[in-house]
Design a protein around this ligand. Structure first.
Ligand SMILES: *Cc1c(COP(=O)(O)O)cnc(C)c1O
Length: 370
């Protein structure tokens, strides 16, 4: 078994890198696919739901898949600085990969609207953190304007290398399952990730028809599939431009990672929906938090609020029969729950406080056993 260094090495043949490309990697990708066995029993659904836990990437979100590619290509092109607008996770990831590459990162975040874990990461990795009195959409516009005048590389998902890195999640799923699932559900913000997954699934399916298996290289062989999944994109109700059919001016949701009213990959995501015969859906903040808690309490999987939107969407669509029973469904859990400790603590019961005696501890234990 070769030492795993990251997704660029693993999928080198399917990514735009050459032998001389200086790879900037932190061991990203290779995340677990976990079947929701307890929730299946508890909620009596007749389908196989698996979560791809992207919270286990180096900085705790799927953004690392795209960032390893974007920063690698920026360094290859001689760039000395990168810039992004972020609801949090992109800034954490950009800061870490810039630190690894020895270049400067500038991150624009909406003041007061970023989860604390994410802010701490950007600060610790030495990014120049610029808080703007505006939202993500303002930040995104400003980044594009500034990058026209100043020599900085944009590492938001409008950078095409981001999507190239992120498409590898689809390859990993196909390798694990032996084929593509029937459905793939994701939370949708800027819609880069749903677009990237579709690129990955489409490449894997094209490979199956284009090349006879005997002629495939080893790495190609691992990522071919007989079909493509139907793609499901879920949004928070207060921030759901794809449900409204137009941009949203003042997006609001507890799921700050998807608090985006002007998705950059608007056109691409509609194309994904059409080509995959999938659909968009929305869930309220209350439903999203409820499912975040279900996953933590009954499956041992702690994701951030935005991530739970994919599972919340699928559970409802299963219940309503929109997703047929017997389906195999993969839900992306985009980020780790530790990113947003405030929201987690706010919805949990408080710890009990007792005197430091054996008797006090035993009485708590007895009153919690039945
Ligand atoms: C970035 C992000 C999303 C949204 O992904 P898009 O590619 O912008 O649609 C969802 N969840 C988390 C945790 C994120 O960090």
């Amino acid at each position: 078994m070769k030492h795993y260094t990251g997704l660029i090495e693993r999928y080198r043949g399917r990514l735009p890198v050459s032998a001389s490309t200086p790879v900037i990697a932190l061991g990203e990708g290779n995340t677990p696919l976990i079947e929701l066995k307890n929730l299946s029993r508890l909620l009596h659904f007749d389908a196989r739901i698996l979560v791809k836990f992207e919270g286990l990437n180096p900085t705790g979100s799927f953004k690392d898949r795209g960032m390893t590619m974007a920063v690698t290509k920026a360094v290859e092109a001689g760039s000395k600085a990168i810039i992004c607008a972020s609801t949090g996770n992109t800034s954490a990831s950009a800061a870490a990969y810039a630190a690894r590459a020895g270049i400067t990162s500038f991150v624009l975040i909406p003041e007061g609207k970023i989860a604390f874990g994410k802010l701490s990461q950007a600060m610790m990795h030495g990014a120049v953190v610029i808080q703007i009195r505006g939202n993500f959409d303002d930040g995104m516009r400003l980044v594009q304007e500034v990058a026209r005048d100043v020599p900085v590389t944009i590492v938001n998902s409008i950078n095409p290398y981001r999507l190239q890195g992120q498409k590898t999640a689809a390859f990993e799923i196909i390798e694990e399952l032996g084929d593509a699932p029937d459905f793939h559900a994701l939370p949708v913000g800027n819609a880069g990730n749903i677009t990237a997954h579709w690129i990955g699934y489409s490449e894997a399916a094209a490979l199956a028809t284009a090349t006879a298996p005997d002629n495939m290289s080893f790495s190609d062989k691992r990522v071919f599939s007989s079909k493509r999944p139907m793609m499901l994109g879920y949004q928070a109700s207060g921030s759901a431009p794809f449900m409204r059919g137009e941009m949203v001016t003042h997006p609001e949701t507890v799921a700050t990672a998807i608090r985006i009213g002007h998705p950059m990959s608007w056109t691409q995501a509609w194309k994904v929906r059409e080509e995959s015969s999938g659909w968009f859906g929305e869930r309220s903040d209350e439903e999203i938090l409820q499912v975040q808690k279900l996953l933590a309490r009954h499956e041992g999987v702690f994701c951030e609020p935005a991530s739970a939107t994919s599972v919340a969407g699928v559970l409802r669509d299963l219940e309503e029969g929109r997703i047929p029973s017997g389906s195999t469904i993969v839900c992306t859990l985009t980020g780790h729950g530790l990113k947003d400790p405030d929201t987690a603590i706010a919805q949990s019961s408080r710890p009990v406080s007792v005197d430091a005696t054996r008797q006090a501890i035993e009485s708590v234990i007895l009153s919690n056993m039945d």
